[in-house]
Design a protein around this ligand. Structure first.
Ligand SMILES: N[C@@H](CCC(=O)N[C@@H](CS)C(=O)NCC(=O)O)C(=O)O
Length: 213
């Protein structure tokens, strides 16, 4: 069976787990923190970042985007990438935006309110939280609101773009941030439907066990 090396509460690990759950591909988790000296982890992830991956064929590699692209090749059913070339590019670009600009904002709040206090003896810096809430998050949500015209970010099927954006929104929820429906109505509705997916419910249940340990 394939192994994801990482911590399920990481938004990038979460993204890789969600892709497996949505596609119905079995996997196990090896709990490995970023920067671990674990030998298999180091071989798979020379940058020390999570998630790393061991495929069911034994191939070692890392990066959530690479993992999901690999899954699509190895098990094409329940596709996560649009067929149409233009939509394919749009989905990849939104995934990239979610993994970089959006993650910078959501991870900042997630660290201050959740990960830092829970795992690093960090006391929440309220001045920094105010800065994140006022300056980092709104432009990202404005950008995403602008991109939505239907239930999904690209075309009429769930894609890697939705998984990448949704994974980051889940970090905001954990950090007690609720999307303002009057400012970002389409995004709030997207997220409501995302949270109703069975795969997302399973992921939340797995994470709950870690946070409530
Ligand atoms: N582009 C990578 C990003 C992975 C990443 O930054 N993971 C974080 C944890 S959420 C990490 O391992 N950080 C440790 C570090 O940057 O050294 C992916 O999509 O997997």
């Amino acid at each position: 069976m394939a192994t994801i090396l990482g911590v399920p509460a990481s938004p990038f690990v979460r993204k890789a787990m969600l892709a497996h759950l949505i596609k119905g591909i079995p996997f196990e988790i090896k709990m490995v923190p970023p920067g671990s000296d674990d030998e298999t982890f180091r071989q798979a992830s020379p940058l020390g970042k999570i998630p790393a991956y061991q495929s069911d064929q034994g191939t070692l590699f890392s990066d959530s985007s690479v993992i999901i692209a690999y899954l699509e090749k190895s098990q094409p059913s329940t596709p996560l990438y649009p067929n149409d070339a233009e939509n394919f590019a749009k989905a990849l670009w939104l995934e990239e935006y979610a993994d970089t600009k959006m993650a910078e904002a959501t991870n900042a709040l997630y660290f201050q309110r959740v990960v830092g206090p829970a795992f690093f003896e960090h006391t929440t810096d309220e001045a920094r939280v105010t800065e994140i809430l006022n300056q980092l998050i709104p432009p990202v949500l404005n950008f995403l609101e602008d991109k939505l015209s239907a239930q999904y970010f690209v075309g009429d099927e769930l894609s890697v773009a939705d998984i990448a954006v949704g994974s980051n929104l889940m970090s905001l929820t954990r950090a007690n941030y609720e999307i303002d429906q009057t400012q970002w109505p389409k995004l709030a509705e997207f997220y409501r439907q995302f949270l109703a997916l069975d795969a997302v419910k399973q992921q939340l249940a797995t994470e709950d066990k870690i946070f409530n340990r």
